[in-house]
Design a protein. Structure first.
Length: 155
C-alpha cells in the first residue's frame, strides 16, 4: 500500500517535468520524433472528433528555398462544437481559431509540442464569464498533448 501511495504522489511530478506553462503557450516535451509526435497527435484528435484542417511542414518548405530549419510542423485542428462556443464568448477569438499545435526539434534534439494557452486567449480577447469552459478546454488540450508526447507508438 505504501508503494502505491508513493507512486501516486510521484505522478504529478512526472507530468510537471515534461511540460511548461507560459502565459501564452502550453509546452510539452516529447519522447518521440517530430513525425511520430505529429502522427500521434492527429490520431488522438481525430479519435476525439476533431477536424484536421491542415498539416504544415515548415522545415520542408524552408529547404525548398535553401534554408536549413530544424524539423518544425504545425497541425491546424478544430471542432465547431467547441470553437462556436468560444466565439459566443467573444467574437474576436475567431482570429485565433482553428487551434494550432506546433511540434519542433529544439536544442539537444529535444522534441517539443506547444499549443496556445486558453488562459492567454481568454485574456487577449477580454472574455468575461465562460471561465468553466476555458478551464475544460485547457484540461482537454493538456491531456491530448500529454498523450501525444508520452504514449507508446502502436505498430
Amino acid at each position: 500500500m505504501k508503494i502505491i501511495i508513493l507512486l501516486l504522489a510521484l505522478v504529478p511530478i512526472s507530468f510537471a517535468i515534461g511540460s511548461t506553462e507560459r502565459d501564452d503557450l502550453l509546452t510539452f516535451s516529447s519522447m518521440h520524433s517530430v513525425n511520430d509526435t505529429a502522427s500521434l497527435l492527429v490520431q488522438i484528435l481525430e479519435k476525439k472528433g476533431f477536424t484536421i484542417f491542415n498539416k504544415i511542414d515548415h522545415s520542408q518548405s524552408a529547404s525548398k528555398i535553401g534554408i536549413d530549419l530544424p524539423e518544425t510542423r504545425v497541425i491546424i485542428f478544430g471542432n465547431p462544437k467547441i470553437g462556436s462556443k468560444l466565439m459566443q464568448c467573444s467574437p474576436t477569438i475567431a482570429i485565433d481559431l482553428p487551434q494550432k499545435a506546433l511540434i519542433w526539434k529544439g536544442t539537444n534534439n529535444q522534441i517539443w509540442l506547444s499549443v496556445n494557452n486558453p488562459d492567454y486567449l481568454k485574456q487577449r480577447h477580454n472574455v468575461q464569464g465562460c471561465d468553466l469552459f476555458f478551464s475544460k478546454i485547457k484540461s482537454a488540450l493538456t491531456a491530448i498533448s500529454n498523450k501525444a508526447t508520452t504514449s507508446l507508438l502502436s505498430k
